[in-house]
Design a protein. Structure first.
Length: 321
């Protein structure tokens, strides 16, 4: 596929959106990839990566190898993801702390429309497809209500967290950030990002090395999980697409519980800045919400998120035609 600079800027922008979603517990970067039309290419490109890259490089040259493995696509996408995670993490955290109702309602509308978008692509509604939706919904729901574990204490645990979280991050409807929260590694991850950013800005090499050592461990686990799981997803899309779409639909339906704007805090945790923030929450009705439920604003941002996906879907369909 021949692409120009504008195409790669568009891919990087989609990466920015994926990165922003991935830092929010409950929102999946995989969902953004799916609705923006790059999901299957992403999975197929990752699945195609292997050590023969170096053989092709040696035989036909670096540029030939680079093009064959679609690395311009991956570079643009992951540049956008990394830029977004490093630059928007503080903004997302601020919104979660100061405007949680509006932020969650926007993402609720976004995922709600994504469910419709994915379900529309199911061509045959057989009993096994309905069963797949049901079981995936139940599994995803129980992930959202699971009690988080203790913080990790070892490098092996960070490796494991990277492996599991990256699988969730590329799976529509399952939030990698929320999986990190369940595993007790979310605060460590955010602290590491803050250390890395501060180390770069202050040119503090000790701080930078501390962050890089943890990032490297998490990255090794993530790359391993990404490579192994992409093979499964790529095979499922090619041989059992309807069933795969039904499972993804179910995962997104189940994840709506986490995105429901009105919640009651069951317990609290201390974040990387020493501030008490919600740890375990329960979805409640607006009438049971303590404080201003802001129903009209919540509806506005839910509809905005929903319409955004519909617009993206229309633009994508128009581009294909």
């Amino acid at each position: 596929m021949r692409r120009n600079l504008k195409d790669y800027l568009t891919i990087a922008t989609k990466g920015l959106a994926m990165g922003a979603a991935d830092v929010v517990p409950g929102v999946s970067g995989g969902t953004i990839a799916f609705i923006s039309g790059i999901y299957e290419e992403l999975i197929e490109t990752i699945n195609g990566l292997n050590l023969t890259f170096f053989s092709v490089w040696k035989k036909d040259g670096f540029l030939s190898s680079w093009k064959q493995y679609n690395l311009s696509f991956l570079t643009a996408l992951f540049f956008g993801i990394a830029t977004s995670i490093l630059s928007l993490a503080k903004l997302i955290k601020w919104l979660l702390h100061n405007e949680p109702l509006l932020l969650w309602s926007f993402f609720f509308g976004l995922v709600l429309a994504s469910i419709v978008h994915v379900a529309k692509q199911i061509t045959t509604w057989k009993p096994k497809v309905l069963l797949g939706i049901f079981l995936a919904t139940i599994a995803s729901y129980f992930i959202t209500v699971a009690e988080p574990l203790a913080s990790p204490d070892s490098n092996w645990y960070l490796l494991f967290c990277g492996f599991i979280a990256i699988i969730a991050m590329i799976l529509p409807g399952v939030s990698g950030a929320f999986i990190l929260l369940l595993l007790g590694a979310y605060q460590t991850f955010i602290d590491t990002l803050n250390q890395f950013r501060d180390g770069l800005l202050q040119m503090d090499f000790d701080l930078l090395w501390q962050a890089l050592s943890k990032i490297l461990i998490i990255a090794i686990g993530a790359l391993t999980g990404l490579k192994l799981f992409s093979k499964v997803l790529n095979w499922m899309f090619k041989h059992h697409k309807n069933m795969t779409l039904s499972i993804l639909t179910g995962f997104m339906i189940g994840s709506l519980n986490k995105l429901w704007p009105w919640k009651k805090v069951i317990s609290w945790r201390t974040n990387s800045e020493g501030t008490e923030i919600p740890f375990i929450e329960k979805s409640i009705l607006p009438s049971q919400f303590e404080g201003d439920s802001r129903i009209l604003w919540v509806l506005f941002f839910t509809i905005t998120g929903f319409l955004l996906i519909l617009i993206l879907e229309r633009l994508s369909a128009k581009k294909e035609k």
